[in-house]
Design a protein around this ligand. Sequence first.
Ligand SMILES: O=C(CO)[C@H](O)[C@H](O)COP(=O)(O)O
Length: 262
Amino acid sequence: MTAELSPIDRAKYAAARRSVDFVEDGMKLGLGTGSTAAFMVRALAERVKAEGLKLTCVATSSRTADLARELGLTVVGLDEVRWLDLTIDGADEFDPNLNLIKGGGAALLQEKIVATASDRMIVIADAAKAVAQLGAFPLPVEVVPFGWQTTKALIEETLYSLDVLNRDVALRLDQGKPLRTDEGHYILDLDLRRIGNPRQLALVLNQIPGVVENGLFVDICDIVVVGNGDGKVTVRDINSGRIEDGQVDLGEGANIFADLGD
Ligand SMILES: O=C(CO)[C@H](O)[C@H](O)COP(=O)(O)O
């Protein structure tokens, strides 16, 4: 079954499977959004079933909440628990300081709120998401629909004032219409190629009226788990500096992959 999966999906599964080893009984857990996070939710549900773990989960999107509930996990609102032990989520890019671009799945707002309300954030990713400098992936910025074109112009002016050379800003569409986030906002994707100073850019973007949040996660992620198509995983902890290599048995994913219909 696993042989039919693409190498990228095997890499995502490997990272996801390794990340759930960090989950302990009784934890309050943030569940990310995206395809890698979906593998994690499935691997987590398997562990809960096999070991009878008692977990309280907070989802970062309606998609993740639906999947987690369908798999029997307990999902509550963030305000019911206020603070989480751990959040596990995917990313679109991560740099050597574990700063991230997120929001490829349009869930950056809830993802940032949940990760910030957690003792630790683990990012799970395939190796292709590692970059020397953020920015090849267009930076998602969530904006309110009211006056969004004015907000877009203000963003372009701000990028110009920061001497950003490439500053293509595009409204994200879904079947020809503006994509709506879970909160009903729009997403603008900023194709910047290179982000020299993610901390500065994140702060400046959030000063613009109409901007709700941006997809730069600076100093939020603690650990990255990087998966490869052959099941090799590397865990890097930015706080301790520890790097640990391991191997995930991809055969263990057979149930999960079968559920996906692959
Ligand atoms: O930020 C996200 C959703 O808003 C995702 O974590 C990010 O887009 C990675 O997605 P995938 O795991 O499907 O590659």
